[in-house]
Design a protein around this ligand. Structure first.
Ligand SMILES: Cc1cc2nc3c(=O)[nH]c(=O)nc-3n(C[C@H](O)[C@H](O)[C@H](O)COP(=O)(O)O)c2cc1C
Length: 205
């Protein structure tokens, strides 16, 4: 159970004034590289909190168009076996180094969360809006992991688009992977990355 204060439906929430630490964090935030994420990852209580925060995103009509599949411990290797099997079925001549890479994909970080996009058909809410909400959920998980002192990266790679892997993850027919969020402790200091010139992105009416 999280040690944090929980709020019941209708409770007044805290008033947030200027949060310099949050702004400073957002100003400098960066994704890690999954290969640089080492143990420890979040413990079970921390992970529960991260997922709770991740799910706290704008979501038109509260359809919750996402769910989480946690891949940890031995599960990473078991799923790696499946990746290797799929990769070999597509190319039996796969060089040994690549075979190793496929088998160890999920071992790059102590914790991997597959965020499944799970849209609902309520006859009213455009699927596009649900897609956006699911993307926000992935990003919120990155932010929550960072703000808890972990490094994280949102990765798709070929696995995301593999129907065979979708089966192994237990996805339903209408679901798909939005991304794998790798979470762990940064083994390397993060460096600045090129960013767009903001003036190029803004028009005014
Ligand atoms: C939907 C999505 C899929 C991504 N897939 C990959 C990927 O497969 N491999 C990769 O190296 N980076 C991938 N990235 C990029 C990284 O998550 C990240 O954006 C990049 O490392 C720089 O991030 P930063 O600007 O947050 O530091 C993906 C990003 C998004 C939004």
């Amino acid at each position: 159970m999280s040690q944090r204060k929980t709020y019941e439906l209708g409770d007044e929430l805290p008033i947030h004034g200027q949060q310099d630490a949050v702004i400073q964090y957002l100003w400098t935030r960066r994704s890690s590289l999954a290969v640089n994420l080492v143990s420890p990852g979040p413990n079970q209580e921390q992970l529960q909190d991260l997922l709770t925060i991740a799910a706290r995103v704008p979501d038109h009509r509260r359809l919750t168009p996402f769910r989480f599949i946690v891949i940890e411990g031995e599960g990473r290797s078991t799923l790696g076996d499946k990746c290797l099997q799929i990769a070999l079925s597509q190319n039996p001549e796969l060089p040994e180094a690549i075979q190793r890479l496929e088998q160890q994909r999920f071992m790059r970080a102590p914790t991997v969360v597959a965020v499944a996009y799970s849209p609902k058909n309520d006859g009213k809410t455009p699927e596009w809006e649900q897609t956006l909400s699911c993307g926000a959920c992935c990003y919120n998980l990155l932010l929550a992991a960072n703000a808890s002192g972990f490094g994280a990266q949102w990765i798709t790679e070929w696995l995301t688009y593999s129907p065979e892997l979708a089966d192994s993850l237990g996805l339903l027919d209408h679901e798909r992977i939005a991304g794998f969020i790798y979470i762990g402790t940064n083994s390397e200091r993060l460096k600045e990355r090129a960013r767009p010139a903001i003036s190029d992105l803004i028009t005014r009416i």
